[in-house]
Design a protein around this ligand. Structure first.
Ligand SMILES: *[C@@H]1O[C@H](CO)[C@@H](O)[C@H](O)[C@H]1NC(C)=O
Ligand SMILES: *[C@@H]1O[C@H](CO)[C@@H](O)[C@H](O)[C@H]1NC(C)=O
Ligand SMILES: *[C@@H]1O[C@H](CO)[C@@H](O)[C@H](O)[C@H]1NC(C)=O
Ligand SMILES: *[C@@H]1O[C@H](CO)[C@@H](O)[C@H](O)[C@H]1NC(C)=O
Ligand SMILES: *[C@@H]1O[C@H](CO)[C@@H](O)[C@H](O)[C@H]1NC(C)=O
Ligand SMILES: *[C@@H]1O[C@H](CO)[C@@H](O)[C@H](O)[C@H]1NC(C)=O
Ligand SMILES: *[C@@H]1O[C@H](CO)[C@@H](O)[C@H](O)[C@H]1NC(C)=O
Length: 396
């Protein structure tokens, strides 16, 4: 995009950047400069897969759309790779930070290319030691490549796709199931021998579709999870036999019920720290072998959590992502919303204004906060960013 327009934008950008002081490696993108871009930009972004990088800055870098994002990233945020393996989509789903062990546990993709899993093969669950990451990062200014450890879990754990916790000291996973093996909610011991206990694998005798993500309602032990059709779309589960919807499960009574429906494909879930609201991401734009259709949702919906029934009420659009689709979703302690999209992690404030992106120029499905910063799963790589904001508490 080297052009007259580009040159004018660059000058305007330089002028605008006097107003705010950025960490090195961050770029201020004043929305006013891009409200009118002409026909060339339309060609450039004719697909939601292509990211929005109007300054042509080499990724990874931080895009600041609103000065309030500086309070989140702090003065010295840098994006650094901590593990990579170009031949294996090892870092895709279900990141759980375990503070006691200072590790992140996560899984690889179920189905897709480079996932090496499908109808006949389970996906892999791995662990990265953040103490080793911190030591390696302290010894250099660049990227590091820490060996991740594959965990040998019981066969009852098939296609881990979502995770949260620690839940009473355990990893809490939702699985997509595989072939005729059912999707399930499962507690896994984060320490050897990594034994597991399945809490739920059917709805009054009917198999679910393919669980995708899970969270605990703050202040309770109640488990909420999403059940889209990606197991079928990605070729490792039979055709769905239930709507793609969101459920509530009370492990103390065994009761399961639907709390929200009318989605294309409900994916990520995150409650606000006070438990009064919940966000659900809808990745309906992507339907596996049926292809992508950019007229379908890449949308985050916000709901009230009914104080008596815990059903999700008053659905409204919170945000629509301009790139890829919002997959995993996490909140910081101030209620800002972070979601993994097609070009990086997008961050919205509580009003739904896009205030910044951690721009990696590729799909970043998932993220989790750790003591070392925000850890990002980018399929064939993992990154950490030492931002100032802290994640809300997810453990029970
Ligand atoms: C648009 O792109 C064409 C072809 O790449 C180029 O010749 C032209 O200068 C561009 N126009 C503007 C306004 O940048
Ligand atoms: C999108 O733009 C690219 C680059 O100009 C072009 O190669 C591609 O054919 C366009 N795709 C569509 C669907 O218009
Ligand atoms: C399943 O695993 C086998 C043995 O490890 C491997 O040869 C095969 O390529 C895998 N299948 C897929 C779809 O990845
Ligand atoms: C992580 O690495 C540190 C430093 O090598 C080690 O002391 C610790 O036991 C490791 N933790 C786990 C859970 O393996
Ligand atoms: C793992 O095994 C221990 C010892 O039997 C048991 O106390 C614990 O509840 C088990 N954890 C899970 C998640 O199954
Ligand atoms: C995309 O989805 C819309 C709405 O569901 C549908 O009308 C349209 O035919 C689809 N387009 C393609 C190319 O599949
Ligand atoms: C972003 O990724 C696309 C597709 O992988 C690549 O063609 C493009 O050069 C990348 N852009 C930058 C600025 O690195």
């Amino acid at each position: 995009m080297k052009s007259a327009v580009g040159a004018i934008l660059a000058v305007a950008l330089a002028a605008a950047s006097y107003a705010i002081t950025l960490p090195s490696g961050a770029v201020y993108i004043d929305p006013l400069l891009y409200n009118v871009v002409g026909a060339n930009y339309t060609k450039w972004r004719n697909s939601s897969i292509v990211g929005f990088n109007p300054t042509n800055t080499a990724p990874p870098f931080i895009q600041v759309f609103d000065p309030s994002f500086l309070d989140i990233i702090g003065p010295s945020a840098t994006i650094r790779a901590i593990a990579s393996n170009p031949g294996f989509d090892f870092a895709h789903e279900a990141p759980i930070y375990v503070p006691d062990l200072n590790v992140v546990v996560f899984s690889n993709t179920g189905g897709g290319a480079l996932g090496y899993s499908g109808w006949y093969n389970n996906s892999a669950v791995s662990m990265i030691n953040m103490t080793e990451v911190d030591a390696a990062l302290a010894s250099t200014t660049g990227n590091v490549n820490i060996q991740v450890q594959t965990l040998h879990l019981p066969d009852t754990v098939q296609m881990v796709n979502g995770g949260t916790g620690p839940y009473k000291g355990d990893l809490l996973f939702v699985t997509s199931g595989r072939a005729l093996l059912p999707p399930s909610i499962v507690r896994v011991n984060p320490r050897p021998p990594y034994n597991a206990t399945v809490l739920l694998d059917n709805f009054l005798g009917r198999q679910f579709n393919s669980f995708n993500d899970v969270k605990i309602l703050p202040g309770t032990d109640i488990i909420f999870f999403t059940d889209p059709a990606y197991g079928w779309f990605n070729g490792f589960r039979p055709e769905p036999m239930l709507p793609s919807q969101v459920y509530r499960f009370d492990p103390s009574t065994g009761q399961v019920r639907v709390v929200a429906d009318q989605f294309a494909q409900p994916n990520g879930i995150a409650f606000t720290p006070d438990g009064k609201n919940v966000y659900i991401t809808d990745t309906g734009v992507f339907e596996g072998f049926l292809g992508a259709n950019s007229t379908r949702p890449t949308t985050i919906y916000k709901f009230d959590v009914d104080p008596r029934t815990q059903s999700f009420t008053n659905r409204r659009v919170f945000a629509f992502s301009d790139s890829g689709a919002p997959d995993g979703i996490q909140l910081d302690t101030m209620g800002n919303v972070y979601s993994g999209c097609g070009d990086g992690i997008h961050v919205w404030n509580t009003e739904g204004t896009l205030i910044g992106k951690f721009y990696l120029n590729s799909t970043t499905p998932q993220l989790t906060f750790t003591k070392s910063g925000l850890v990002i799963l980018k399929e064939t790589a993992m990154y950490v960013i030492n931002i100032q904001a802290h994640g809300m508490t997810l453990s029970t």
